[in-house]
Design a protein around this ligand. Structure first.
Ligand code: F6P
Length: 423
């Protein structure tokens, strides 16, 4: 039977836990053995200390933080929908010794009840990391070896474009890894024959909503809510004191969070990487709009700046530059607020729980219906329908978007993200 593992990678996003829960439960319901890999690609590179030692593992690993409390094994032993899921099957939440048991172990068998309560919790309970080792071929080879050692033949990866690029690399190099591991004596001929094909599926978990070809990524809606809440709060002070605020939001090279937050909060002006203002006239055009709003009786001024609008070389206008213009040219009492990681955390909104659950279930179906000749898919959503498309294609297209933005070809960037885009 299929042994399916799930991992979360890159920056955490709200809804990742709901995705893990859906993958684990759907996998068990479909008769697979379910595993989670703790700490993202890092955990897969490190493997388990108690596995046959070819892979270097550290003496200790960070404990699993914030997991819900353990449950009674007896009461959890129930028949559900024609299959029996027992507490004993899983290892994630062993009563009283969870963290101890998990020390030095990253690849963990899980049961139905191990993921209970996950849907409502922010971040990722199985941990994530930005893994330097996985960027090197040696790291990916260790990861391949650990998968084979644990007999895992399918992997669902939930992460942003960087993490899915890593997944795509592992997939592309798989035959090479297997050949090298066989020649090195790390795996047997039997293992080579059994694990010749890596079955890998991507789920897009990122607050940035920057993946080409999908309408929404897991966590973006929650982050947008956090931003709107923060801007609403700031608006109280702005109105009371008749002040201006420059609010910087996340999104890396993508302006989706800034644009949607500006619409949802009725902001006065915004800066996004996809439409950088020209260096010559940005001050004048911004001041014209803002003074008109003031002339019409508005007591507050809100300017939203995507971090990518000033981080990239395209347009080095910083929030402090904007503040200086508002202060000096318009005479506004101005403050800068950087929302930072408050945008990324907290409980997922209903939409992210639902999106992650539907996509997690679809990921398992994609694993079970795949064969060596079908390309590894990434699960998306288009026009409210859950979709599958080749992972390789989605990753390549997302990299093309980044290149187009760098080349200031914004129409191309936007139409790569969304084929129906019209300038
Ligand atoms: O990709 C998600 C994101 O939150 C970006 O919006 C931001 O630029 C980056 O991650 C911050 O990364 P870190 O938490 O590693 O500083």
């Amino acid at each position: 039977r299929t042994r399916l593992a799930c991992l979360t990678s890159g920056g955490d996003s709200a809804g990742m836990n709901a995705a893990v829960r859906a993958v684990v439960k759907m996998a068990i319901a479909r008769g697979c053995e379910a595993y989670v890999v703790r700490e993202g690609w890092e955990g897969l590179v490190r493997g388990n200390q108690d596995a046959t030692a070819h892979v270097e593992t550290p003496a200790t690993s960070p404990p699993l933080a914030g997991a819900p409390t353990a449950i009674d094994p007896e009461t959890s032993k129930k028949k559900r929908g024609g299959f029996v899921a027992t507490y004993g099957e899983g290892e994630l939440l062993k009563e009283g010794e969870g963290e101890q048991t998990l020390r030095g172990r990253y690849i963990i068998r899980v049961g139905w009840d191990d993921v209970r309560g996950f849907a409502a919790i922010g971040g990722t309970l199985i941990g994530t990391a930005r893994c330097a080792a996985f960027r090197e071929i040696e790291g990916r080879r260790k990861a391949a070896l650990n998968l084979v050692r644990h007999g895992i033949d399918a992997l669902v990866v939930c992460g942003g474009d960087g993490s899915l690029t890593g997944a795509d690399k592992l997939r592309a190099e798989w035959p090479e890894h297997m050949q090298a591991l066989l020649e090195n004596g790390d795996i047997t001929q039997d293992q080579y024959d059994t694990y010749k094909h890596l079955n890998i599926v991507g789920l897009v978990g990122s607050i940035d909503n920057d993946m080409a070809g999908t309408d929404m990524t897991i966590g973006a809606t929650t982050a947008l809510h956090r931003i709107c809440d923060a801007v609403d709060s700031i608006s109280s002070t702005a109105s009371s004191h008749s002040r201006a605020f420059v609010v910087e939001v996340m999104g890396r090279h993508c302006g989706w969070l800034a644009l949607m937050a500006a619409i949802a909060t009725g902001a006065d002006y915004m800066f996004i990487p996809e439409r950088p203002p020209t260096a010559e006239d940005w001050q004048t055009s911004m001041c014209n709009v803002l003074s008109r709003h003031r002339d019409e009786g508005k007591r507050k001024t809100i300017v939203i700046v995507a971090e990518g609008a000033h981080d990239c070389n395209l347009n080095p206008i910083t929030p402090n530059d904007i503040k200086d213009v508002l202060t000096n040219r318009l005479g506004l009492d101005t403050r800068v607020t950087t929302l930072g990681h408050t945008q990324r955390g907290g409980n997922p909104v209903a939409y992210d729980r639902i999106l992650a659950t539907l996509q997690g279930a679809e990921a398992v179906e994609a694993v079970l219906s795949s064969n060596p000749s079908t390309p590894s898919p990434v699960i998306g959503i288009r026009e409210n329908k859950i979709t599958r498309r080749p992972l390789m294609e989605a990753v390549a297209q997302t990299q093309e978007v980044a290149k187009a933005i760098e080349a200031k070809d914004f129409t191309r960037a936007l139409s790569l993200r969304d084929p129906e885009f019209e300038d």
